[in-house]
Write a protein that binds this ligand. Structure first.
Ligand SMILES: Cc1cc2nc3c(=O)[nH]c(=O)nc-3n(C[C@H](O)[C@H](O)[C@H](O)COP(=O)(O)OP(=O)(O)OC[C@H]3O[C@@H](n4cnc5c(N)ncnc54)[C@H](O)[C@@H]3O)c2cc1C
Length: 458
């Protein structure tokens, strides 16, 4: 088996294939990050939730990984002035998302892959061409610039959002592909830890400074620092383009994020020197070609990061494919890979599309609505419904982050919930005034049957 891309998804997949008994060649264009440091300002930490954890648990590696994770039971909202507000994600502390270092996780997954003794990772080998008719892959070595062409039997494309393998499917076989760039970019700033490795803010929470058309967020890192990410328009009157001098950057932060300024003394320097990242939504179909190649992770469905689900969705891809392989044949030599890849691609695609849409919608919620009064009342009503109708009403956020029902159902359920909440909130001033008899009637019409079907499916 050949896997291209030793990022989070490729390293996990290679380990799974090895556990199934296959020999795996894993090609990665970058250097071995366990030996060389990764550059600052590039997506330092990620939120991991149930779907990602499920794959790690299935592999039996989650306990060790979780020793490096920090629980985040809710959002901590920072207004421009006044005290912070905690908004819980789930029903209690048992429903948390977890902040984990992307680099540390990737390193651990590579080490797990190698420890199977069936995975050989070839670093600094960049895939430059795939010829699916001749069944060859061409790689260029980053150090020597030497090109090699090697035959393959079966290739798994986990080469990220700009996947060469996806482009090959598009160019050589006319597969659908769309790439839409978000008008906002992002910049990461590091809030170093305080004295003796202390956290400068509450460590158990995802901090958000919602400011309408832009926002700052911060996730805790295991060793006491926070990674802060500013999401801001690339162009326009207030944008990365116009924040182009020390004075403007300083004035912007002092005005909009006054509590952050003393916590990151070198924020101006970091802002100027760190790269501005771009975010893309990729939709493609099919994700496979015959029994030769299949795409997983960002290569198949890159999404914007506002639901914290890109990696989680990629890990879920691996778990789903793994279950399909196990179901297909106890004798691995007899697997019909073409139909298996087709079933994988067909069943996962609607879920990839759904989480892509959910992620874009959550951007509006995070940057704009979390400080908005009608939105906050609707959230309070939602909490009451979750308490009064346990297992029957589950918020969209809980369905995505704390359950494994298909994303497409979470999207559908979320739309029904918006309608229910809007009807229940009209005419009331306080959440406690909500009409629970009406609520029960409304959720019984479509929501309960939809969720029942979904849980049976999952
Ligand atoms: C700012 C930001 C915040 C995010 N936050 C979250 C979050 O909180 N939770 C979450 O679940 N997700 C989050 N994500 C998304 C998450 O980072 C991705 O979904 C995840 O990294 C996808 O993993 P992957 O292995 O599919 O792709 P990648 O991580 O992109 O890995 C692809 C690998 O392939 C290699 N590669 C690429 N091209 C080639 C080639 N031609 N030849 C050989 N190798 C190649 C790359 O070097 C890389 O190692 C975030 C993303 C961003 C940008």
């Amino acid at each position: 088996m050949t896997v291209v891309g030793a990022g989070l998804v490729g390293s996990l997949l290679a380990t799974v294939l090895a556990k199934l008994g296959f020999e795996v060649d894993l090609f990665e264009r970058r250097v071995d990050m366990r030996k060389e440091a990764i550059s600052a300002g590039r997506s330092i930490n990620l939120a991991m939730s149930v779907r990602g954890l499920y794959a790690l648990e299935k592999l039996g590696v989650h306990e060790q990984i979780m020793t490096k994770a920090i629980a985040m039971p809710g959002r901590i909202i920072h207004p421009i002035s006044g005290p912070t507000v905690f908004q819980r994600y789930g029903k209690d502390d048992s429903e948390c998302i977890y902040s984990i270092s992307r680099g540390e996780l990737n390193k651990m997954l590579m080490t797990y892959a190698e420890s199977t003794e069936k995975v050989k990772i070839h670093f600094q080998e960049k895939l430059i061409k795939a010829d699916l008719d001749k069944k060859t892959l061409s790689f260029q070595n980053d150090k020597t610039q030497k090109e090699i062409t090697t035959p393959f039997v079966r290739v798994f494309g986990t080469d990220g959002s700009a996947s060469v393998l996806r482009h090959t499917l598009r160019d050589d076989f006319g597969h659908e592909e769309s790439e839409s760039l978000l008008s906002h970019g992002y910049k990461e700033l590091n809030m170093a830890c305080g004295p003796h490795g202390s956290f400068k803010m509450e460590k158990h929470g995802l901090h958000i400074w919602p400011r309408g058309s832009y926002m700052l967020i911060a996730l805790p890192n295991y060793e006491g620092s926070f990674t802060c990410t500013l999401f801001l328009s690339n162009q326009g009157s207030l944008s990365f383009e116009t924040l182009n001098s020390q004075e403007k950057i300083e004035a912007f932060f002092r005005e909009q994020f006054p509590d952050v300024v003393p916590l990151i003394p070198d924020f101006v320097e970091q802002f100027i020197t760190h790269p501005t990242g771009q975010m893309v939504t990729v939709k493609a179909y099919p994700w496979h070609h015959s029994d030769d190649v299949v795409l997983l992770g960002d290569a198949a469905h890159a999404i914007v990061p506002f639901f914290g689900q890109g990696m989680n969705c990629g890990f879920e891809d691996v778990a789903v494919l793994w279950n399909m392989i196990l179901k297909a044949a106890p004798d691995l030599k007899k697997i019909s890979w073409g139909p298996l890849f087709e079933e994988f691609s067909k069943s996962r695609k609607p879920n990839g599309d759904a989480i892509a849409d959910l992620a874009v919608n959550n951007f509006v919620e995070m940057r704009d609505k979390v400080a908005d009064k009608p939105f906050l009342m609707a959230k309070e009503v939602e909490k009451i419904l979750e308490k009064e109708f346990p297992g029957e009403y589950m918020s969209r956020y809980r369905l995505v982050s704390f359950s494994r029902i298909p994303y497409r159902i979470a999207l559908e359920a979320g739309k029904l919930e918006d309608e229910i909440l809007s009807e229940l909130c009209s005419g009331i001033k306080e959440a406690c005034e909500v009409d629970l008899v009406k609520a029960k009637r409304l959720i019984q019409i479509d929501l309960i049957p939809l969720l029942r079907r979904a849980f049976q499916e999952a």
